[in-house]
Design a protein around this ligand. Structure first.
Ligand code: AMP
Length: 583
């Protein structure tokens, strides 16, 4: 294993990436051939009559596009322990639990060693590009990672979130060492069963190793924000632990206590320093560089549904660069950030043609006089290949991976913004499903995000911010109307909140929404302000369902499949306002 660490050669990884991306079309064909050959004996492929053919044309002709729902019967059999070759040649022995925050419940996705390999390939690729611009050496990472429990399904398969499956692989550590991303927390902290205890100890380890910490990271930006918001609340306790060298009694997990006792020694000097730093900060501005003076950057997925957290992240980060991590899912990785200098708002992801076979369903309707992007799921999709996509166009992604997913509609919309050699560079746009629709209106996650951003600007004039938000379509009265839930960082005046409510309503610029609002086919938008801590309660609810904080994404719209979350939100409403924007 150690040999692997030493063998890691940055120039070689860059050269290989350049070679592969220059020949993306051939590499795609080769990748498809290998996937189909390795899995030729799978019942799923056998039934589709490929008869050993591995070329893209036969593949597209025989294999249908599918969604997770289509595959559920097969996945169910695997989960139940039917050990035969159902989706893959070699039977699946482990399942990933995707975050499932959009649907309201986690869903099972097959996992295997090949997916682990692709994960390491993407980590290495983005690392070498990142390290070229922002070199780190012999550093430690304050990495807010949480390995949720791996459990056994009824049929005896291991199941855990994809991140858990990665962290639990013994080769993960080796690779991370080579990537200068050794976590400063011991394994017991990462694998602790209680997330709150784990987070507290991650913070404590970060402070103990503060001089050595060269990067602060997590899978998604949300966890980084969450960690430092928690720091604001527990910092005095952390300082006391460091001063006395004794871990707070709130940490009850014996293995965590034991591991932490090896690191924690009385250090009044460090305690005084951190105390002084915290007292000297104004509203926690610049907290991260103050605590970790040698940190070079902050790293985690910051695009898509993470964009609303950028403002707060910049507040904590001051001048430290924010680098978005790669683009992927429990179903497999897709693309790496090879332009790390771009701020997250402009970030692009270059597809790795060797880690899966990718197709793209065009969402732009070229037949219409005026080009129009179709916000609905296309009914008769005609996907194009990786190297056939066009710059400026939006597509829904279709994945074929080495773990039994063939032509699988991931449900993400991306925009092609350029090419790296012959592989496309993508900008993440949104999840493909519509969030808010009542009548002829079509509003996506992105539309909601923009509306909240516009209204949130009004709050910032009073030094307040939207901590988190969600939405709901209320059809209990006629006409139906949009409900936006806001958790706010402090007390806002009635007038200001009324203004925000009107701004939210006006900021949905979808023509169908505006026209429906004007004739009252959609009722006035309602802003419901919820108590502080409501979104923490929602997070805790998901953790209870087996989700991992590392992969958590706040549900941006709650509907009937998500009744528990709707209940939490509704029970915490403290004020509500109806828009008068269209009166
Ligand atoms: P999960 O379902 O937990 O596996 O999460 C995967 C989903 O997270 C993807 O399908 C995307 O919607 C989102 N995601 C992953 N990486 C990124 C990224 N770099 N930018 C934006 N969204 C992302």
């Amino acid at each position: 294993m150690l040999e692997k660490v030493e063998e890691f050669n940055m120039d070689k990884v860059i050269d290989e990436f350049e070679e592969i991306t220059k020949d993306a079309e051939r590499v795609q064909k080769e990748t498809l051939r290998k996937i189909l050959e390795d899995n030729a004996s799978a019942e799923y492929l056998q039934n589709l009559g490929l008869n050993g053919r591995t070329d893209p044309e036969s593949f597209k002709a025989c294999v249908p596009l599918v969604t997770h729902t289509d595959l559920e019967p097969c996945i169910h059999r695997i989960v139940e322990g039917e050990g035969s070759s159902i989706l893959t040649g070699k039977p699946i022995t482990t399942m990933s639990l995707s975050s499932g925050t959009t649907q309201g419940k986690p869903k099972f996705v097959p996992w295997n060693d090949e997916l682990f390999e692709t994960t390491m390939q993407i980590y290495k690729t983005s690392f070498v590009f990142r390290n070229r611009e922002f070199p780190i050496k012999n550093g430690k990472a304050l990495n807010f990672i949480y390995s949720s429990k791996q459990f056994k399904t009824k049929g005896g398969l291991f199941a855990g979130t994809a991140t858990t499956n990665v962290f639990r692989n013994s080769r993960y550590r080796c690779t991370m060492k080579a990537l200068q991303s050794q976590c400063c927390s011991p394994d017991e902290v990462i694998f602790a069963t209680d997330f709150h205890q784990s987070l507290y100890c991650h913070l404590l380890c970060g402070l103990i190793f503060r001089e050595e910490v060269q990067l602060v990271s997590s899978t998604f930006a949300h966890s980084i924000i969450h960690a430092f918001r928690t720091f604001e609340q527990v910092w005095e306790e952390l300082v006391a632990d460091i001063r006395e060298g004794v871990l707070t009694s709130r940490i009850t997990d014996p293995s965590v206590r034991n591991a932490m006792s090896k690191l924690l020694k009385p250090n009044p000097e460090l305690a005084n320093l951190i105390y002084k730093k915290c007292m000297g900060l104004s509203n926690w501005y610049g907290l991260i560089p103050e605590l970790f003076p040698n940190a070079k950057y902050i790293y985690g997925i910051m695009t898509g549904s993470m964009e609303p957290y950028l403002k707060k992240l910049r507040h904590y980060a001051r001048e430290l660069p924010l680098l978005t991590a790669d683009y992927g899912s429990s179903e497999g990785w897709i693309a790496a950030n090879v332009n790390p200098k771009l701020p997250p708002e402009y970030a692009t992801y270059a597809v790795l043609p060797q880690i899966g076979y990718f197709e793209f369903i065009p969402l732009t309707d070229n037949n219409q006089e005026q080009k129009q992007t179709n916000k609905f799921l296309i009914m008769d999709p005609k996907p194009v290949g990786l190297t056939e996509v066009k710059v400026g166009e939006e597509y829904e992604i279709v994945i074929t991976n080495p773990a039994g997913l063939y032509r699988y509609r991931l449900g993400d919309v991306v925009k092609v913004v350029g090419f790296h050699n012959s592989t496309p560079e993508l900008k993440f746009v949104r999840r493909s499903s519509l969030l808010l629709t009542i009548n002829i209106d079509k509003n996506t996650e992105k539309d909601l995000q923009l509306s909240v951003e516009a209204a949130g600007k009004l709050l910032s004039e009073d030094k307040l911010e939207v901590v988190d938000f969600s939405s709901h379509v209320d059809l209990s009265r006629d006409p139906g109307h949009y409900v936006i839930f806001w958790e706010i960082s402090g007390e806002a005046s009635e007038d200001l909140l009324r203004e925000c409510c009107n701004c939210l309503d006006r900021s949905f610029v979808d023509a169908g929404y505006i026209s429906s609002r004007k004739v009252n086919c959609i009722g006035p938008l309602e802003l419901r302000v919820v108590r502080r801590g409501t979104f923490q309660e929602i997070l805790d609810h998901y953790l209870g369902l087996g989700a991992a904080v590392s992969q958590y994404k706040t549900p941006r719209c709650v509907g009937p499949t998500n009744s528990k979350v709707l209940q939490i939100l509704s029970e915490n409403v403290v004020k509500n306002y109806f828009s008068t924007a269209f009166n």
